[in-house]
Design a protein around this ligand. Sequence first.
Ligand code: NDP
Ligand code: HSE
Length: 433
Amino acid sequence: MQKTKVALVGMGTVGTGVAKLLLDHGDRTARHAGCILWLEQVVVSEVAKHRDVELPKGLLSSDLTRITGDPNIKVVAHLVGGVEPARTIMLKLLESGKDVVTANKALLAEHGPEIFDRARELGRSIAFDACVAGGIPIITNISQCFSANQILSLQGILNGTTNFLVSQMEELGASYADALKEAQRLGYAEADPTMDVSGADAAQKLAILAHLAFGARVHWKEIPCEGVEKLDAADIRYARELGYRIKLIAAANLHDSGLELHVSPTLVRIGKPLAEVRQAYNAISVVGDAVGPVFFHGLGAGQMPTASAVVADMIDTAVGRTQITFRTLELWSQREALVSLLDHGELSGRYYLRFTVEDKPGVLAEIAGVLGRHSISIASLIQHEPSGDDGARVVPLVVMTYHAREGAAAVAVAEIDRLKVVKAASVRMRVLD
Ligand code: NDP
Ligand code: HSE
């Protein structure tokens, strides 16, 4: 059987999984590619580091020219994280005639237009299914399988680390810090885990999906984004009491007037499939005007699920499928945006609010008054009696609202936080019923 020579740049969590699949399951990849994907070179940063995979002698180096200088290497998996030197490495690979597969969404979200233009100029291709939702083939589905549809909405859990973290807090009562450490140990988190917990990683993925599904030309930093850094175990408990679970939801909804995009911790009603997504799993609920609702669920981070997506892209590239779709999709081209972003303040939603207030007469009336003045109607309310006899006169007051304008909810909560009877910053989260 013919050999197609391939290489890896980066052999950390994901690259190790890719090397394992190529070396241990060459028969499987050959069956699908019609040729052997022959691992010719692996380039990393520190050659001396311990590796969890045994490579044939002479494969490993820190010299990129061993790939760029070898015209027989056709396909390269680019598995270095962050923006630099990942961007420079990507450009060098394209300029030396390689078709590239990448898992680096931060790079595409930051420099997609430059990199895709350069690939097109050079007649090269880039495959990137591993960039969003790890093992779930969402990029291929959105860009190819649903191409007869106008996508109407996407609601997703796109970050495995934060879903793992919230699940550990909810199910095991783990502390935020311990749960994050465990996610890092398991290889889910980015090199800089702030990208995960701040929601930035999910926003980068949402920007890529919005580009593919709606023709939006949005930089991820334009997407209103909140992470889970301030998530309090008390909110997880109140959410449960109200019949919800808290999830970091990345949402895109198409309206007649434009596209709604945001990433935020959200109370998802128990019983909705998204509420049942646990641990490092990701899920995406898509609605297309022809296909209707479709739900994807799978591991969104980790070595083998991500490697599964990378190797599938390497096979598609070796076969020549990627090159065809890459040409026709015109990704990140200079084409005009097909849709504009809606003003965030004008969006409508239901909200969960938690106020920390003095336990004395008139407080509830004061808070309800502010909400009422901003046309925010209360749907339900919880206030438990203070526990124990510690004389604590500060209690949490939890409010679920009916639909309200985002802008009005933000202004009302800011106004309530200035009241004398309010003793700590209030919490406001979206609700998904
Ligand atoms: P790791 O940090 O585990 O691995 C990064 C690799 O890049 C290492 O092998 C490192 O070398 C190598 N590297 C760094 N700088 C250079 C350089 N200048 N030249 C050559 N090699 C270099 O990252 P992951 O495997 O976790 O992630 C890789 C990419 O995949 C990231 O973009 C990430 O966002 C994405 N991703 C990760 C997922 C996951 O679950 N981990 C899931 C989906 C996507 P060395 O080993 O010597 O340090
Ligand atoms: N850090 C990312 C996550 C990896 O936790 O989802 C997958 O993109």
